[in-house]
Design a protein around this ligand. Structure first.
Ligand code: PXG
Length: 291
């Protein structure tokens, strides 16, 4: 596997960054998880825009232009001969010293692109749906750190996932400080109630996901399903007809059990199935061509 590191394609074994990089020392950096389907990079423009917005929000200067980043990303996918890929774009603050002071990071940020073929969830998750639980780790308050900054510090999300997995569930539902449903550690959450698709509004503290946006567009424009971005309580989730998660890595995963409550009839819902089909078709037929 070949990795793009600061302007060069290197072998996996040579893809190393310094232990003095503040991305490693403090999680001081940003990332994007992107997918390519059928030789096309899905929503590349949106991912690059979000990366640049994350950079702006943390005062990080990305050392290359968007167009160069796009070229480097495509070059990396091509170098690995991939048609379908999961791509990780990472930009760190760069090398500094052991102090927090960002001014000591005199070397420009590191840009790393990894393209690989990754299966994030078991196939049976998509066939049967998953069971999720609410966890005690709350989503970081948005007045402390905006959920829209995809920073390299995911400890809070990892602790949430760990609690879920250790209690035998596939995923975690995270609540905000007020106790309302926000999202999962790496996915947005949706429910269907009486034919209406609902998801927590961005103002609840969720990352406004790119897959979330695609699903909302499909529901409104293709399926004729009304969509509401709302405040969602656990009661709303427990009593929903359908539930599913969305994310670049996960795509669309049906949820059939939440905190031991069976959702709907315990099977993948009709609207969920329709959206999964439509999302697959959209992902395979749209996006930036790799060649
Ligand atoms: N919420 C959070 C907190 C995320 O990190 C999503 C929602 C979904 O957004 P997109 O734009 O991808 O539809 C994300 C992004 C993983 C993994 O390995 C997933 C993400 C980030 C890091 C790792 O599953 N998802």
């Amino acid at each position: 596997m070949r990795i793009f590191l600061d302007g060069k394609l290197v072998e996996k074994i040579d893809a190393k960054i310094s232990v003095f990089d503040h991305g490693f020392l403090y999680g001081d950096g940003i990332f994007e998880g992107i997918r390519a389907y059928n030789g096309r990079v899905f929503r590349l423009k949106e991912h690059l825009e979000r990366l640049w917005s994350s950079a702006k929000a943390i005062n990080l200067e990305i050392p290359i232009h968007k167009k160069e980043m796009e070229k480097a990303l495509i070059k990396t996918i091509l170098a690995n001969k991939l048609n379908d890929a999961y791509i990780r774009l990472i930009v760190t603050r760069g090398c500094g010293d052991l102090g927090l002071d960002f001014r000591n990071c005199t070397k420009p940020s590191s840009v790393i692109i990894i393209a690989d073929q990754v299966k994030m969830y078991l196939e049976e998750f998509y066939e049967k749906g998953i069971g999720v639980v609410t966890v005690s780790t709350r989503r970081i308050r948005q007045d402390s750190l905006s959920p829209n900054i995809k920073s390299l510090n995911y400890l809070n999300n990892i602790l949430a996932k760990m609690q879920a997995v250790r209690s035998g569930a596939a995923e975690a539902i995270m609540l905000n400080a007020e106790g309302y449903v926000v999202e999962c550690p790496g996915d947005n959450i949706f429910i269907v109630k009486n034919g209406i698709l609902c998801t927590p509004a961005g103002s609840e503290g969720a990352l406004v996901g790119i897959t979330r946006d695609a699903v909302i567009e499909l529901a409104k424009n293709k399926s004729g399903v009304p969509v509401k971005e709302v405040r969602l309580s656990l009661y709303d989730v427990y009593t929903a007809d359908e539930c599913f998660l969305t994310g670049t890595a996960a795509e669309i995963v049906p949820v059939v059990v939440v905190d031991s409550r069976i959702i709907g009839d315990g099977k993948i819902g009709k609207i969920t199935s329709k959206l999964i089909k439509e999302f697959k078709a959209l992902a395979r037929s749209s996006g930036t061509p790799i060649k």
